[in-house]
Design a protein around this ligand. Structure first.
Ligand SMILES: NC(=O)c1ccc[n+]([C@@H]2O[C@H](COP(=O)([O-])OP(=O)(O)OC[C@H]3O[C@@H](n4cnc5c(N)ncnc54)[C@H](O)[C@@H]3O)[C@@H](O)[C@H]2O)c1
Length: 295
C-alpha cells in the first residue's frame, strides 16, 4: 500500500549495520529508494546484497562522515541514481572511549566530536540544498540518544555530542519548517547493536594519535556493564518500526523507551527548581518580568 514515503529517496549514514541497516530495511519496505553509506566497506557490501535480496532499491556508498566532501559525493550519487533526495538519516555514531575525567584522552574526544557531532552537521549541510530544491518537502532524522538528555559518568564525550545533536535538531527544525522539511531527533536507550565495539571502525588518524597518548582508565566492570546493557537492548528492527511510526506523524523527539520518562522528568524538575532559586535571589529575581525570546 503506497504511503508518504513510497518512491522517495533516503540516505542513511552508518547504514551497514545496527540501527542504520534496520532503518534501511524498514524504509525500503515502505517503498523508499535507499542509499546506505558507511565507513565499513565489507559490511556495506554485505548489507547492500541483503537489502537487494529483500527487493529494496538500494545503492551503497563508502563514507567517512567526518569528511564533508565525501558527504557531498554521497548526495551526488543518490541524485544520480534516484533523481531526488527527500530524507537524510544522520545515524553513524561511535560510543567513544570511556574514561575518568582526569584521564580524558583529547584525541578520543575529537573522534567522538568529529563522528557524532560534525558527521551530523556535514550530513545535513550536504543534503539540505537537495532537500529544498524539489519543493516536495522532506525529513532530516538525527540519531542522538537518551544519553543526550542528561550526562552519565565516564561517558562525557558521548553524552556531550548527543546533547549537542538534540540541541542542533531543535534549531534546524525551526529553520527548515518553512521549506516543509521536518527535523526529528531519535533518542533511544539501549539497542542490541555493535555500538559497544565502535573502536572496530576507528579511523587511522585517531587510532595512531590515541595510541601515543595516555590510555583512558576506567574500571573494567564499567565497560562490561555498558556492554551488557547494549546486549540486553531492544532489537534494532523494533526501533526501526517505531521510527517510521513517529516520523509518519511528524514527532520531533522520537523516544523508544517510555520507561525512561520519570528520569527525564526528574531532570526537568531539577531545572525548574533551579529557576525558582534564581527567582528567589535578591540579585537577579527582578528579571522575572523581563520579556524573553522564546525557544
Ligand atoms: N545501540 C544503542 O544502544 C544506541 C543507543 C542510543 C543511540 N545509539 C546511536 O545509534 C547510532 C547507530 O549506532 P548502532 O547502535 O547501530 O551502532 P553500530 O556500531 O552497530 O553501527 C554503527 C554504524 O556506523 C558506522 N560508522 C562508524 N563510524 C563511522 C564513520 N566515521 N563514518 C561512517 N560510518 C561510520 C559503523 O561502521 C556501523 O555500521 C549511533 O549514532 C549511536 O550513538 C545507539
Amino acid at each position: 500500500m503506497p504511503n508518504q514515503f513510497t518512491g522517495k529517496t533516503v540516505i542513511i549514514s552508518g547504514g551497514a549495520g545496527g540501527i542504520g541497516l534496520a532503518l534501511a530495511r524498514e524504509l525500503g519496505a515502505n517503498g523508499m529508494n535507499v542509499v546506505i553509506a558507511d565507513i565499513d566497506q565489507v559490511q556495506l557490501a554485505t548489507a547492500e546484497a541483503s537489502l537487494r535480496d529483500s527487493d529494496v532499491k538500494v545503492v551503497a556508498c563508502p563514507l567517512d562522515v567526518t569528511d564533508f566532501e565525501q558527504w557531498q559525493a554521497v548526495v551526488s550519487e543518490a541524485k544520480k541514481h534516484f533523481g531526488k533526495v527527500h530524507m537524510v538519516v544522520n545515524n553513524a555514531g561511535v560510543g567513544g572511549l570511556p574514561s575518568r575525567l582526569e584521564d580524558a584522552n583529547h584525541d578520543a574526544w575529537r573522534w567522538a566530536i568529529d563522528v557524532n557531532l560534525m558527521g551530523v552537521v556535514y550530513g545535513a549541510q550536504a543534503a539540505t540544498p537537495s532537500l529544498k530544491e524539489h519543493g516536495e518537502g522532506g525529513w532530516i532524522i538525527n540519531v542522538a540518544s537518551m544519553a543526550g538528555m542528561g550526562g552519565m559518568p565516564y561517558a562525557d564525550a558521548y553524552c556531550a555530542t548527543k546533547a549537542a545533536v538534540v540541541s542542533l535538531s531543535e534549531g534546524w527544525a525551526a529553520e527548515l519548517k518553512p521549506f516543509g522539511i521536518h527535523v526529528s531527533v531519535l533518542c533511544p536507550a539501549f539497542v542490541k547493536t555493535q555500538i559497544h565495539n565502535s573502536h572496530r571502525n576507528m579511523q587511522e588518524k585517531y587510532k595512531s594519535a590515541i595510541k601515543q597518548s595516555t590510555a583512558p582508565t576506567v574500571d573494567a566492570d564499567v565497560i562490561k556493564g555498558a556492554a551488557a546493557l547494549v546486549e540486553a537492548g531492544i532489537p534494532p528492527e523494533l526501533l526501526a518500526k517505531r521510527v517510521v511510526e513517529a516520523v509518519a506523524s511528524k514527532q520531533r523527539y522520537i523516544f523508544t523507551h517510555p520507561n525512561y520518562r520519570n528520569d527525564i522528568a526528574a531532570r526537568g524538575s531539577r531545572l525548574d527548581d533551579a529557576f525558582a532559586d534564581a527567582q528567589a535571589s535578591p540579585l537577579v529575581g527582578h528579571l522575572i518580568n523581563e520579556k524573553v525570546t522564546s525557544f
